[in-house]
Structures are given as C-alpha cells and as structure tokens.
Design a protein around this ligand. Structure first.
Ligand code: ZN
Length: 71
C-alpha cells in the first residue's frame, strides 16, 4: 500500500490521484492531502474542492463515488 512521502500516512486512491494531478502524472511517490496542501501552500479544503471538480469531469484517476475500498 502506498504511503505519504512526507509524513508516512497510508494513502487513499484519491490522494494518489491528486498527487498525479497536482505534481506529475508519472509520479511514483505520493502525498496525502495535508502534505499536498502544504506543498502547494493552499488550504486543504481547496484540494478537496478540486478533487470534486476532477471527479465531476469524469477524470479516470479518481474512483467514481461511492468510494470503493479495494485494499
Ligand atoms: Zn502526508
């Protein structure tokens, strides 16, 4: 299972998708929402808002709602 590069917390599929969107589609190291927000100096709420937008656009990086737990 992937863990946040910065704080070591276990990551959700959404967080992995957000890292790819926010940093690099080919990213192999991922960040949790908190660390991504800190990295980009934006409030964490802004990332969740973006996540919603990406999902609404049908972005394939994000699982459709309701979220599956397929660990
Ligand atoms: Zn983190």
């Amino acid at each position: 299972m992937a863990a946040c590069r910065a704080c070591g917390r276990a990551l959700t599929g959404d967080e992995i998708g957000m890292t790819k969107k926010m940093i690099n589609r080919g990213a192999r190291e991922f960040f949790c929402m908190d660390c991504l927000a800190a990295y980009h100096r934006v409030p964490v709420e802004a990332l969740y808002k973006k996540l919603k937008e990406f999902r609404a656009m049908g972005c394939t990086l994000f699982a459709p709602l309701p979220e599956r737990d397929d660990r």
